[in-house]
Design a protein around this ligand. Structure first.
Ligand code: AMP
Length: 282
């Protein structure tokens, strides 16, 4: 496995792979790898000749500098995981390598970035769209893999690829959860034992929403109220938002007809967790 830290070098690798007609798969991550990331890497390995995994904690997508500073960076462990999975190339640049001088160019996917997490984390999706654009330009893959856990992010990236004419197939894979239904996240290390026990309400509340919809309860207000009731029973959970949106445009739904995105963000003391689920009429 090669570990590359220079932009120039990874560009050269990608150029040579393409010259050899190799299919390149790309998995962008911020490291602290867990089974969610691993599922993306495995799928990438299955369907491409060459797998590139990037590990880069992208400063410009953090709207809270403490969150950036404290974000876990267990690089050696991440490299071991990549090695075991037989990743071909890890791209792990420094901050200076990615942002060597005053950075003035940003990618903003309008509308899709304004609701849900965008409302509570100003600038976050601009940071995400910008780094993904840079990484796509640098690694020049045929396919890129993302997790449905960050649903809004996947919609933004799909739109960015269409609008900016990237010839890259975006593959979105299901959310990987622990035995209690908690969507795995690199931020779980911030949770205390007691908080961890209480996080199970997130998925429980989403499943409750699905069952209400299956019973033909279609008023978002009623469903949101039910989700909220379940979550606030756990005293360490603070709801940031619970929303029911159109899964494509990410706008709030006033009435649910054929499909809906049910999404939430809940804060525990040091960890902000997000989760979502899609409901579709049978
Ligand atoms: P991150 O390192 O958090 O930026 O995530 C890198 C990629 O892994 C993104 O495409 C995430 O959506 C995906 N990912 C993170 N957690 C999970 C999970 N629990 N299940 C599936 N994919 C995930």
């Amino acid at each position: 496995m090669e570990i590359i830290t220079s932009v120039k070098e990874i560009q050269k690798i990608s150029f040579c792979l393409r010259a050899e007609k190799k299919q390149i798969g790309f998995v962008p991550t911020m490291g602290a790898l867990h089974q969610g990331h691993i599922s993306l890497i495995k799928e990438c390995k299955k369907n491409n000749d060459w797998t590139i995994v990037s590990i880069f904690v992208n400063s410009i997508q953090f709207n809270d500098q403490n969150d950036y500073k404290n974000y876990p960076r267990p690089l050696d462990n991440d490299l071991n995981i990549c090695q075991e999975l037989q990743v071909d190339t890890v791209f792990a640049p420094s901050l200076k390598e990615m942002y060597p001088e005053e950075f003035l160019t940003f990618v903003n996917v309008e509308k899709l970035s304004s609701n849900l997490c965008g409302e509570y984390r100003p600038g976050h999706f601009e940071g995400v769209a910008t780094i993904v654009t840079k990484l796509f330009n640098i690694t020049n893959p045929h396919r890129a893999y993302f997790g449905a856990k960050d649903y809004q992010q996947t919609q933004i990236i799909k739109k960015l690829v269409r609008d900016l004419n990237f010839d890259i197939e975006i593959i979105v894979l299901p959310t990987i959860r622990d035995e209690n239904g908690l969507a795995l996240s690199s931020r779980h290390k911030y949770l205390s034992q007691e908080e961890k026990k209480q996080t199970y309400v997130l998925y429980k509340s989403l499943k409750k929403a699905l069952s209400l919809l299956d019973k033909n309860i279609k008023d978002p207000k009623i469903i949101i109220d039910q989700i909220n009731k379940i979550i606030v029973k756990e005293h360490l959970a603070n709801v940031e938002y619970i929303k029911i949106c159109d899964p494509v445009h990410l706008s709030d739904l006033k009435y649910i007809s054929n499909e809906a995105l049910i999404a939430l963000a809940v804060r525990f003391e040091k960890a902000r967790l997000i989760d979502s689920i899609i409901w579709r009429k049978n």
